[in-house]
Design a protein around this ligand. Structure first.
Ligand SMILES: C[S@@+](CC[C@H](N)C(=O)[O-])C[C@H]1O[C@@H](n2cnc3c(N)ncnc32)[C@H](O)[C@@H]1O
Length: 146
């Protein structure tokens, strides 16, 4: 649901992504996904960049995400394999998933972001440069992180 309160002056995500205030609709499905990848290719490949300027929350976010997984230890299928979807530069994969799961895969459609993730988290088992909407699951995951 588009929230005008948080995005004053923009009537749709397309206006934000294109900077075109005359654009009134999101457009086609492809426009939507390509616009998103374009946007993320142009953002700084830093913690602050993937968090939209709120890099300050990274430590607390990582710690509480890890705590949540730990608290679910008895309720999830195991710690063999996880996948980080829309992983950006691999921020959470690095701090939260790799330390807990035997193998971690990473999916990220933006070339700029995934290239930084390759540098940041070389421990990743398999990188997929693709959008979630196109991803075919070939393995069983204990944790699908989004
Ligand atoms: C706000 S960033 C968050 C990155 C990371 N999850 C984190 O917490 O640091 C959103 C990420 O989702 C990715 N993304 C955008 N569209 C996507 C799609 N269709 N499928 C998977 N990821 C997508 C972007 O490229 C971007 O890296």
């Amino acid at each position: 649901m588009w929230n005008l309160e948080f995005n004053p002056g923009f009537k749709s995500i397309k206006e934000v992504l294109t900077g075109d205030k005359n654009a009134t609709t999101i457009g086609s499905r492809d426009d939507w996904y390509q616009g998103s990848v374009k946007y993320w290719n142009e953002q700084p490949t830093t913690v602050d960049g993937v968090l939209g300027g709120y890099g300050v929350i990274h430590d607390a976010d990582s710690a509480t995400s890890g705590q949540m997984i730990d608290d679910m230890r008895d309720r999830i299928s195991g710690f063999d394999r996880a996948i980080d979807l829309g992983a950006g530069i691999g921020r959470i994969a690095k701090t939260t998933l790799v330390p807990r799961f035997a193998a971690v895969d990473l999916l990220e459609p933006s070339e700029a972001q995934i290239n930084k993730a390759r540098e940041n988290v070389p421990q990743i088992n398999q990188f997929y440069q693709v959008g979630m909407q196109e991803f075919n699951y070939e393995k069983r995951y204990d944790c699908v992180w989004l």
